[in-house]
Design a protein around this ligand. Structure first.
Ligand code: NAG
Ligand code: NAG
Ligand code: NAG
Ligand code: NAG
Ligand code: NAG
Ligand code: NAG
Ligand code: NAG
Length: 397
């Protein structure tokens, strides 16, 4: 549902002065009526820890019950948030496969789908949807939730770390509609959350994928996907009201977009994601060394993984991540290469689920990633957090 008044005004305005990068007709939504009007989840509707997926369900971009197919997920993230082909497919494929999909097509965005999703595969454990993907698709030090192993901040209890952001010193005293939760502010939040996790979660752990992709995107996507675009600010502005709406500060599960809202102009791809995040490490150099590693079973015992050893020298050190697309490349490689370790715990036959993930690899070819020698998980086994990502009993409560 595009909102036509703005479209007309923008069309008229375009003839007078140019607003490069902003096209209201393509970018703007009116959610006050029609098929994409917000509808709160009812009893039995599944909602999870990802605000983007919850809003897709609440706005009818995916089924309202919270169980979506692969193609529905791809379309919804592109249509609603402007993610490019590589990101839309990576997230959908990884989510469907790792969530324990009964037919390697339907995915629950959070919690057991029960008999509402078809089961054609032989599954080895109960299915909890995306809720049971800790440290493979879901990560510690999230901007939104407490870490899984900090029980008092269990993600299921929807504890809102995002309060840290809305009340952040960078925004104190700035009116709701004026503040801009920019990429630098989100980067600072990320560095702070990382330190909090290390200081409070004895089993905090980041694999290459959860560190360089998931935990990173969980922060920079807040701006890139939820910011509102206007003629004056085609690159976007994320004010306090929009942030609170998108993150359902008042009622968890009710994540939504503002009634009138304009998404990003150009679709967001992995190369841009990489560019968005590299400046973070100039300001917080210690953070770079924390993107792969974890605590060793006690708080404040963080140890980085030796990247040279992990990659047989292809990634000689953490600084190498700052060149080209290497930062995203390392995470992508591990995501694809280690998927079977997780899938084997879920599917009697992993061929189809693993196939869905490996089919996506050609989408990353344009990144020209270094060719990494295959690596095992030996270096990760010193971290209890890695071992715990293969259990699921903790998710039952
Ligand atoms: C996804 O979008 C494509 C292109 O717009 C369309 O052809 C297809 O029917 C859509 N699929 C679903 C499941 O929405
Ligand atoms: C808001 O932050 C974004 C991302 O850092 C930046 O590109 C944009 O220029 C900012 N907008 C305003 C109006 O300051
Ligand atoms: C995080 O902790 C390290 C010390 O381990 C410190 O050097 C760094 O400044 C802290 N970062 C932030 C954003 O507080
Ligand atoms: C978003 O921007 C559009 C103009 O592009 C404006 O009409 C709308 O009110 C804005 N929404 C919010 C929540 O600020
Ligand atoms: C596993 O599934 C694939 C198709 O998805 C099939 O070709 C293969 O034979 C199956 N393997 C076993 C051992 O059943
Ligand atoms: C690791 O590097 C060494 C020396 O460069 C090479 O001989 C070896 O084949 C590499 N191992 C793998 C698994 O690629
Ligand atoms: C993780 O599990 C492996 C067995 O796969 C074990 O050898 C290792 O000691 C465990 N690590 C920790 C920290 O418990």
């Amino acid at each position: 549902m595009k909102f036509s008044l703005v479209a007309v005004l923008a069309a008229a305005a375009n003839t007078a002065f140019a607003f490069p990068g902003f096209d209201a007709a393509k970018q703007c939504f009116d959610f006050t009526h029609g098929e994409h009007k917000f509808v709160a989840p009812g009893p039995g509707d599944l909602r999870g820890v990802c605000p983007g997926l919850n809003s897709m369900a609440n706005h009818g971009y995916i089924p309202h019950n919270g169980i979506a197919t692969y193609q529905q997920l791809v379309n919804a993230s592109t249509d609603l948030f402007g993610t490019d082909t590589d990101i839309s497919h990576l997230l959908a494929a990884y989510g469907v496969s790792l969530s324990g999909s009964g037919d390697v097509d339907h995915m629950s965005i959070g919690g057991p789908p029960g008999d509402r999703a078809p089961i054609t595969e032989e599954l080895l454990r109960p299915v909890f949807g995306l809720s049971s993907t800790h440290n493979n698709f879901e990560s510690d030090a999230s901007p939104m939730r407490g870490d899984l192993y900090e029980k008092y901040l269990s993600p299921q209890k929807h504890h809102h770390q995002i309060n840290l952001l809305t009340n952040h010193r960078n925004s104190n005293g700035i009116p709701d509609g004026k503040v801009n939760y920019s990429l630098p502010i989100l980067a600072e939040m990320r560095a702070e959350r990382m330190n909090q996790s290390i200081a409070n979660n004895k089993d905090v752990f980041f694999s290459p994928f959860s560190g360089t992709i998931v935990q990173t995107a969980a922060h920079s996507f807040i701006f890139q996907l939820f910011a509102n675009r206007t003629e004056k600010s085609p690159e976007g502005i994320l004010d306090r009201k929009t942030l609170k709406t998108a993150y359902a500060m008042e009622t968890p599960g009710h994540e939504r977009l503002p009634d009138y809202w304009c998404k990003r102009g150009e679709n967001l791809n992995i190369a841009q994601f990489n560019i968005d995040n590299l400046p973070t490490f100039k300001k917080y150099p210690d953070l770079l060394h924390k993107v792969v590693g974890g605590n060793e079973g006690a708080v404040n015992t963080f140890k980085s993984v030796n990247l040279a050893q992990l990659t047989n020298g292809t990634f000689p050190n953490f600084e190498f991540l700052l060149q080209d697309n290497n930062y995203a490349c390392l995470g992508l490689f591990q995501a694809v290469y280690h998927a079977p370790l997780f899938l084997e715990k879920m599917y009697a036959n992993i061929t189809k689920a693993n196939g869905l993930i490996s089919e996506q690899v050609p989408l990353f070819a344009y990144l020209n990633c270094p060719k990494v020698a295959p690596f095992g998980d030996e270096l990760f086994k010193q971290y209890p957090g890695w071992n715990r990502s293969f259990t699921w009993d903790e998710w039952k409560t």
